[in-house]
Ligand binder design. Structure first.
Ligand code: GLN
Length: 502
């Protein structure tokens, strides 16, 4: 293992690759070796594409040797891609048996942009089936393990992406966040996870769970690396009708500005409702210390009340299953995906029903049934309709808050990484992992998680959530980068250097 190479940031690796000091092939090989060494413990990857990765790396090296400018700031750097984004010629399962063996005929826009930027896709990462879950235990291919403690969950649904970063299998990853699936895994693995403004990154080729909420975003070990990746994947896409036709927020400049560790003039709102009962003591202590740190950096900190945030979780668990029951109707065994019982004696309906029974796991079925019920005539107004009204109230809470402050902060999730198996039989406690992350999805705003430190009660990472208004993603990057600089200066080392060796 070449720990020199795998422990570097993406920005450092790119700089050395672009000057020819390192080759992308050696950097990529070091990460493939790391995956070979530790992934049977972590199980972050569902598919490793060593051949494709080395070929992409060789192309970057050839460009540089020929004196051509690198195609992006991250050209030549390895990345782990969540298995919910389509990859032409590479299997895409969404963590489901239904799509086992499916090879998409097209690239998601995110995938295409990464390839065009010369980012080296090393493989596809494990996830809760169709991105429904908070622990990666709903994957049909078995759970992923948290590198800080392999008996614990790496968060979900994007636990493969977060574990690959914390396990030094890749310096960059992509996740998707419908209710918290980038930020909560970031929080429990001590990594940075960003949910951009809804519509900021194209959803074309992102297999749909809940279309009004789904958003792809960057995952990394540092704020600057996340910003560099953000600018590569973001931007308007005519193939996604909800993609925003506006300039990409200047997140790299904001991350660089933030690194100066001066937040004078920045107003930070602490969400009053996201503290107190139900939160682990070590999480709250780390959060309070982070808020104090922001104050020391010059920010003006005030408490802000968002009274409707307490209804976000129930509203989300009506809206997202409703949309999922409609979106997942496409898995009908007719055009692609698992087909069961098609022996010539059964009707198409029977084959569909047998295939869906065999192909979907328990949580996906639960959501489809809840969603179908919530949308049924007679119940629509009481459930789906009311949930949409709550959504409006939450948007208004944010609007009122952002009249007073530039960004909002809270813990990312109420507890540190829980034990594998601990919550599988209790959907409610699993859903509570997203208590603090869901409001930003319902409002379509930007939000991210940056490690705030280790919890004093169990030594596991805690995440600080920073939220910003739609299309003002740069604000949270500035605050996150300033915080990161102060945090590492106080600890005397980069955060991930505290992780135990695997
Ligand atoms: N954990 C939440 C859920 O189960 C969020 C999932 C996500 O963001 N994809 O729905």
């Amino acid at each position: 293992m070449n720990s020199e190479l795998i422990k570097r940031t993406a920005a450092e690796l790119a700089a050395k690759i672009h000057t020819g000091e390192l080759s992308s092939v050696e950097v990529t090989q070091a990460h493939l070796d790391r995956i070979a060494k530790v992934d049977d413990q972590l199980r972050a990857f569902l598919h490793v594409d060593a051949e494709g990765a080395l070929a992409a790396a060789a192309k970057v090296d050839a460009d540089i040797a020929a004196g051509r400018a690198p195609s992006s700031a991250l050209a030549g750097v390895p990345l782990a891609l969540k298995d919910v984004l389509t990859t032409r010629g590479i299997p895409t399962t969404c963590g489901s048996k239904t799509l086992e063996g499916w090879i998409p005929p097209y690239d998601a826009t995110v995938t295409r942009k990464l390839r065009e930027a010369g980012v080296v896709i090393v493989g596809k990462t494990n996830m809760d089936e169709f991105a429904m879950g908070s622990s990666t235990e709903n994957s049909a291919y078995g759970p992923t393990h948290n590198p800080w403690d392999t008996t614990r969950i790496p968060g979900g649904s994007g636990g493969g992406s977060s574990a690959s970063l914390a396990g030094f299998e890749a310096p960059l990853a992509i996740g998707t966040d419908t209710g918290g699936s980038i930020r909560q895994p970031g929080s429990v693995t001590g990594t940075v996870g960003v949910k951009p403004t809804y519509g900021g990154v194209s959803r074309y080729g992102l297999v749909a769970f809940s279309s009004s909420l789904d958003q792809a975003g960057p995952c990394a070990r540092t704020v600057l690396d996340a910003a560099l990746l953000h600018e590569i994947i973001a931007g308007h896409d005519p193939l996604d009708s909800t993609s925003i036709d506006a300039p990409v927020p200047p997140v790299v400049a904001a991350a660089k500005q933030g690194a100066n560790a001066d937040l004078t003039g920045v107003k930070v709102g602490v969400v009053k409702e996201f503290r107190g009962e139900g939160y682990q003591a070590g999480v709250l202590d780390s959060f309070e210390a982070a808020v104090e740190q922001l104050r020391e950096l010059g920010a003006e900190v005030v408490e802000v009340s968002c009274p409707h945030f307490r209804y976000a979780l129930p509203a989300y668990y009506l809206i997202s299953p409703s949309e999922c029951s409609s979106n997942l109707a496409r898995f009908d065994a007719m055009r692609y995906g698992l087909r069961v019982g098609d022996d010539g004696t059964r009707s198409a309906e029977e084959v569909m029903s047998l295939s869906r029974e065999a192909g979907f796991g328990a949580e996906v079925k639960r959501r489809i049934i809840i969603g179908t019920y919530a949308l049924s005539s007679g119940y629509y107004d009481a459930y789906y309709g009311s949930a949409q009204q709550v959504r409006t109230l939450i948007i208004r809470d944010f609007e009122a808050a952002y009249q007073q402050v530039d960004v909002l902060v809270s813990p990312t999730t109420p507890t540190t990484a829980f034990k594998i198996g601990e919550r599988v039989d209790d959907p409610m406690s699993m859903y509570l992992a997203d208590l603090c992350t869901i409001p930003a999805n319902l409002a379509g705003n930007a939000a991210m998680s940056v490690p705030s430190g280790l919890s004093a009660d169990d030594g596991l990472p805690v995440g600080l959530q920073i939220m910003a208004p739609a299309l003002a993603d740069e604000r949270m990057y500035r605050v996150a980068a300033a915080f990161e600089t102060a945090r590492d200066a106080a600890a005397g080392t980069a955060f991930l250097n505290q992780i135990p060796e695997l």
